[in-house]
Design a protein around this ligand. Structure first.
Ligand code: NAD
Length: 499
């Protein structure tokens, strides 16, 4: 059986912990590997290695640090298909989605290549007699990232790209459900010229996360995962004096106004609701048609389009989506379908009991559609994170804006319309962090930044973009005085006021 371990101090490190977790092939249901779960002493080794490496890495000039990122980008491109195949084999998403996963991470690496410009400070010459003020952005030191299973390439790169480019050393704790790609990324960073210890991958679970949050050398923690855990990570990290950003779960709404192009909307909804088996924090699992007529027309087209979807193994290039990640997750999603029925929603298309011939033990769920879901149902309030689309009918634009605005999550939302006026009003009033106008999955490009509101994000700064650089650096502001000895008046300087 394959054993997956850590990457510390520039090489694979087996570790001292006897604890391990199983890694499945979601297509067949078989166990394909075990992954070590680090204990406090494994983490200690990684932190010490990072601490030592960071001191010299921070002194490497930014242009040379950027060269490592440029080379890493080239290696990602060269190894794209190998990485995507590895990713699909543990996650279950189809290869095209895995390529997208790597590509969106690569976009952030490209952004991080601009680090010499991004970390430049500000300067004021002549703020007073003989006085100049300038600010510099310094790396924090040793920082850590804890990532979820659903984007095992993109999310680690959201974090370690800006952090390392800015001169930090990084400890990555990936999801134990698909740990191989993060490990491979660390090997490629090493191949790109990153010195040993600057990027360490420590495999683990709750125990490892808690050791990271309590470690006094770790200065900042970036977390992405479900909301209850995000909140507890935020609280524990912050109470230990760390800088923390913790992104949580989501329940994104797609609002369909009566004037929307319904064929385009249905095609967008299929990809956004069912793509990657709904295991995306920017998926659109709730559709809100406005008005009875819009709802009826949309439902008819949706049912027809869902019938054309192909569910297959992750290597099936004709499949729109593959299995979910584990049998436990499959049971959870199916129990939410049961709950929706119990709560009185109308189950229009039922994906429970879906069987893929020859892969009967795989973790497959068919596309599911509910109609007449209401905001008081638990199945609407909770994140399901599977191929389940729920239709919540609205009677007015006001109600359609209120539904996502009042929801506990506020990650993404999209409005489908042909009216600029309506779209503008929607954008102004909706209380959600990332808004699409006819863009079903409005994940911002790498030079903007990613972050949701309410229980979708704890902390202040967003992921990547200039926020990412700010998160991994701190400002030092220098006020310096070089008086000209020939001018007595200029020497008359008293703090806090000057003459
Ligand atoms: P998860 O919360 O189960 O796990 C996330 C990370 O936390 C993993 O590394 C895991 O090992 C660790 N962890 C698990 N239990 C823990 C505990 N009790 N204490 C401390 N750490 C613990 O999430 P997941 O199932 O891997 O990923 C799916 C979730 O992530 C969904 O809720 C999804 O919406 C969310 N997500 C959010 C974003 C975003 O940017 N907002 C992006 C992707 C995924």
């Amino acid at each position: 059986m394959k054993k997956i371990s850590h990457f510390i101090d520039g090489e694979i490190y087996v570790g001292s912990s006897p604890r391990e977790s199983l890694v499945f092939d979601p297509n067949t249901g078989a166990v394909q590997a075990t992954v070590s779960l680090a204990n406090a002493s494994d983490l200690e080794f990684a932190v010490r290695s990072a601490e030592k490496a960071q001191k010299s890495w921070a002194r490497v000039n930014p242009q040379r640090r950027a060269r490592v990122m440029f080379e890493f980008k080239r290696l990602l491109e060269e190894n794209m298909h190998e990485l995507a195949a590895l990713l699909s084999s543990e996650h279950g998403k189809v290869i095209a989605d895995s390529v997208g996963d790597v590509q969106r991470g690569l976009d952030v690496i490209e952004f991080a290549c601009g680090v010499p410009h991004l970390t430049k400070g500000e300067a004021t010459q002549g703020a007073g007699p003989g006085i100049d003020v300038y600010s510099i952005r310094e790396p924090l030191g040793v920082v850590a990232g804890i990532t979820p299973f659903n984007f095992p390439a993109m999310i680690p790169m959201w974090m370690f790209g800006p952090a390392i480019a800015a001169g930090n050393a990084f400890i990555l704790k990936p999801s134990e459900r698909d740990p191989s790609v993060p490990l491979r990324l660390a090997e490629l960073m090493s191949e790109a010229g990153l010195p040993p210890g600057v990027l360490n991958v420590v495999q683990g679970d709750k125990e490892t996360v808690e050791a990271i949050l309590d470690h006094p050398i770790v200065q900042a923690v970036s977390f992405v995962g479900s909301s209850d855990i995000a909140q507890s990570v935020y609280v524990r990290g912050a109470s230990n004096g760390k800088r923390v950003q913790a992104m949580g779960g989501a329940k994104n709404h797609g609002i369909v106004l009566p004037d929307a192009d319904l064929d385009q909307t249905v095609s967008d909804l299929l990809g956004a609701a069912y793509g990657s088996a709904g295991e995306r924090c920017m998926a659109l699992p709730v559709v809100v048609p406005v008005g009875q007529d819009t709802a009826e027309r949309l439902r008819e087209k949706l049912v027809e389009a869902i019938g054309t979807l192909r569910v297959g193994v992750s290597t099936d290039t004709d499949a729109q989506f593959g299995p979910v990640v584990t049998s436990e997750h499959k049971k959870r999603v199916e129990s939410y379908i049961d709950l929706g029925v119990e709560e009185g929603a109308e189950l229009v298309v039922d994906g429970r009991g879906f069987n893929l011939q020859g892969h009967e033990d795989g973790f497959f769920i068919g596309p599911t559609l509910f109609d007449h879901v209401t905001a008081d149902m638990k199945s609407d309030q909770d994140e399901i994170f599977g191929p389940v689309l729920q239709m919540v009918r609205a009677t007015s634009l006001d109600q359609a804006i209120a539904l996502p605005s009042m929801h506990q999550y506020g990650n993404g939302v999209c409005v489908f319309t042909r009216s600029g006026d309506m779209a503008r009003e929607f954008v102004d009033r909706v209380k959600v962090g990332m808004v699409g106008v006819n863009v079903p999955i409005p994940v911002p490009v790498s030079y903007h930044s990613f972050g949701g509101w309410k229980r979708s994000g704890f902390g202040d700064l967003n992921q990547y973009g200039t926020d990412g650089i700010k998160f991994y650096t701190r400002t030092k502001t220098v006020t310096q005085r070089w008086p000209r000895t020939s001018n007595a008046n200029e020497n008359a300087f008293v703090m806090p006021t000057m003459k």
